[in-house]
Design a binder for this molecule. Sequence first.
Ligand SMILES: Nc1nc2c(c(=O)[nH]1)N=C([C@H](O)[C@@H](O)CO)CN2
Length: 118
Amino acid sequence: MDLVLIEALKVDTVIGVYDWERTLTQTLVLDLELATDIRPAAAADDLTQTLDYAAISERIAKFGAQHGFELVETFAERLAETLRQEFAIPWLRLTLRKPGAVPAADAVGVRIERGAGH
Ligand SMILES: Nc1nc2c(c(=O)[nH]1)N=C([C@H](O)[C@@H](O)CO)CN2
């Protein structure tokens, strides 16, 4: 299976456990690997036959604006479900980083893989 990539995508959202975090927007940084077979799109040179990384990136920005979870785990899990359903993605790996959450670290976060066929 081939992969469509989205790397270091910045997503603004309300995210966090603490009271002060409920009053502001923070920026998450996402890496996505999206399984698909790119050969039909390549053969036809046709965007409609592959995963449109621009459309998916826009959907992620909308998802961030629409939700305000406490945990990065919840953001990752719910986003993975949404993308897999709406774009028919058989397998994905999502790495979500929350820069600045732990001052001694460049970033903290989670990495999940969902689906089959990769
Ligand atoms: N595993 C997690 N640990 C923590 C989370 C989280 O979402 N998942 N969140 C926080 C706070 O919101 C923190 O980011 C504030 O700096 C603490 N630990």
